[in-house]
Design a protein around this ligand. Structure first.
Ligand code: ADP
Length: 626
């Protein structure tokens, strides 16, 4: 279970809330004017009929003729209709922004930060944990940036509701009960402060009870239950590969049965929150509502007695009662919005911590000359590397040089450092010791984007998107159709392409398009290879994208690819030696070191790591042949 949050001081909470709003202003500026318009109209429009109805009833009760009544009636109808229409239009616009823009804007904020931060930080479990916390806080009770949005709505509405109520209730205190009535005591100048004090006390007490009742929710750490629920039931619905297991073993039922388990902090009727709601939490909620209703009763009494004393007409009773009810509601909403904002401040911390992760990687300014001869040379000079927060060396004293046009194979057992070598080559991480050079210059001195553009990589766990085939190949919205098609044919996807009803425009997968096609693992690989060809980068890296294939099919992919990469430098990674026999150079990794280097024939003869790997794998081929 996650740790309970530390309490913040009021000053810290205000500062956090202010920062939260400035982020919201940056990612969603259109929200603020839309919210202002919607909530101003929501707060003020109920007062319009209240005002005119009071005038109308007073006119009728006072025996006013049609001359007085008809214009008031017309004003009542017209202003009510106009205010209602304007409120509906403003709400409609604001709701679209709040519902439709809010999630993408907040996700985009996280996505941009993740893409912008040093890659090694995206890999850090702490980063993942922050993202999980942000998501959980939101799902749990809309804590975080989204809460600022809801509470801004409430603040605007509450402040304007109070302003409107004050404007309508001033005359309640200024109009005196005529002399001679026993009720002239209500003309006392103490009535206004007494009513306000009473309202303040009622609102504060009600807010206190409400906030106490809410602490049962915030003390309950539902995030763990949410995480377990999302992991299991979320997978059951959305993750096709997990859903089969979950169905067969009925694991979702297992979780649902646990809903009442106190250890899981669930939400079932017999969970902690369920029991509290039948006990102290329920009582606090009742007290919160009861106090406000009692105050309303006192207001009715005061207004009724003043009317009885003859201070104003019967119509005004409705106006004053309505205005004072609006005032107490506005004050209560204001208090609850403010207290919720202060509580929310601690839930904003994961967002701030994520946004504040600094970029440490040095960003050089040299451009990687776009050489027409593509004459690039890469050198690893005594490179060692440890993953952040680990003690073990993933690479140790690696020195290697390769020139453009070469075919380099990196082989070794699982965990020997092959992928780490590629990650350093592509500058996803910087070496802990030693240096990597491009044409004799430290790669850190080049512009990062320029340097990255030298590589096309198919990673082991490459991903294609649920987008049209052509866009997947080009990795872009706009693309050269003839070139995309040519790359697909060169990658061996030609026959399948001819069968696709919409050719390059066929959507991959059915997430967004019911006419999309489901492609096999082998087909996906060919598309990934076509994407590499389309990029036309001078270095191509295949990091065991064929791990799911059997050894012969893998060897076939590699040999075929060898033909189509033409003059580019290709680096192949595999733990199967047979796939890489054709390479100009083979580097054998073992325990993070390059233990042998050479061509297949030279490496297979002497005793060594390559030979022992080869013999272990050769047995497998021999068995198959037998
Ligand atoms: P290979 O590609 O040869 O299977 P890797 O380069 O993936 O090997 O891994 C080399 C070593 O680095 C292994 O001991 C592995 O456990 C460790 N390692 C890989 N990735 C990480 C990571 N993100 N954080 C910490 N250690 C890692």
């Amino acid at each position: 279970m996650s740790e309970k949050k530390n309490r913040m001081t009021l000053k810290e909470a205000f500062a956090a809330t202010r920062r939260g709003y400035s982020i919201l202003w940056r990612v969603m500026p259109e929200f603020f004017p839309a919210s202002l318009a919607k909530n101003a109209l929501t707060a003020l429009s109920p007062y319009i009929p209240l005002y005119f109805t009071a005038r109308l009833v007073n006119a009728v009760a006072g025996g006013g003729g049609g001359k007085e009544v008809w214009p008031l009636l017309a004003a009542l109808l017209l202003s009510t209709a106009l205010a209602g229409a304007a409120q509906a239009a403003a709400s409609c616009r604001a709701n679209v922004i709040e519902e439709a823009r809010s999630i993408p804007a907040r996700l985009r904020l996280l996505m941009e930060k993740l893409l912008d931060m040093d890659f090694q930080d995206t890999d850090d479990p702490k980063t993942k944990d922050l993202i999980d916390q942000i998501m959980e806080n939101e799902q749990w009770a809309s804590w975080g940036l989204v809460k600022l949005q809801y509470r801004f709505d409430e603040l605007v509405e509450a402040v304007l509701r109070i302003a409107g109520a004050l404007a309508l209730s001033v005359s309640l205190f200024t109009l005196p009960v005529p002399q001679g009535s026993p009720l002239t005591v209500l003309n006392s100048p103490w009535c206004l402060p007494a009513m306000l004090a009473l309202m303040g006390a009622a609102v504060a007490l009600s807010a206190l009870c409400y906030s106490r009742a809410q602490t049962f929710w915030s003390a309950l750490d539902g995030s763990f239950f949410n995480r377990a629920f999302t992991a299991l039931c979320g997978h059951a619905q959305f993750n096709r590969s997990a859903s089969t297991d979950i169905r067969i073993y009925a694991q979702d039922r297992f979780l649902l049965q646990k809903e009442d388990d106190p250890a899981l902090d669930g939400f079932g009727p017999n969970s902690a929150i369920g029991r509290a709601s039948r006990g102290p939490r329920g009582l606090l909620m009742a007290a919160s509502e009861g106090v406000v209703r009692t105050y309303s009763g006192v207001v009715y009494l005061f207004v009724g007695l003043k009317a009885l004393g003859g201070a104003f007409g019967v119509g005004s009773i409705a106006q004053y009662v309505g205005a004072l009810a609006g005032l107490s509601k506005g004050a209560a909403d204001l208090l609850s919005a403010l207290s919720d904002l202060l509580k929310n401040a601690e839930f904003l911390q994961p967002t701030f911590q994520l946004l504040d992760i600094p970029n440490h990687m040095y960003q050089g300014s040299l451009t990687t000359e776009k050489r027409s001869d593509r004459n690039y040379e890469i050198e690893f000079r005594d490179v060692s590397f440890r993953y952040p927060n680990t003690d073990a060396w993933a690479l140790r004293h690696v020195s290697m040089k390769f020139k453009v046009g070469q075919r380099l194979a990196v082989v070794g057992e699982n965990g020997s450092g092959k992928t780490t070598f590629i990650k350093l080559l592509c500058r996803l991480y910087d070496p802990t010791e030693g240096v990597i050079l491009l044409n004799g210059i430290d790669i850190r001195k080049y512009r990062y984007d320029d340097y990255l553009a030298l590589f096309s990589v198919v990673f082991q766990d490459f991903k294609l998107l649920s987008q049209p085939l052509g866009k997947n190949v080009a990795a872009s919205e706009e693309y050269d159709r003839a070139r995309a098609e040519e790359c697909l044919r060169r990658a061996g996807f030609g026959a399948r392409l001819d069968q696709l009803p919409e050719g390059l425009d066929t959507c991959l997968y059915r997430d967004f398009d019911e006419n999309g096609v489901e492609i096999s693992g082998g087909e996906a690989q060919k598309i990934a290879l076509a994407r590499v060809l389309y990029q036309d980068a001078p270095f191509i890296v295949l990091d065991e994208p064929t791990a799911a294939l059997d050894p012969e099919a893998e060897a076939e992919v590699y040999t075929k690819f060898n033909d189509i990469v033409e003059d580019k430098t290709a680096i192949y990674i595999s733990h199967r030696l047979s796939s890489c026999r054709f390479c100009d150079e083979i580097a054998v990794f073992d325990g993070g070191r390059v233990v042998q280097q050479g061509v297949h024939d030279g490496l297979v003869e002497p005793q060594g790591k390559y030979r022992s790997l080869w013999e272990a794998q050769a047995q497998y081929y021999q068995k198959r042949e037998e």
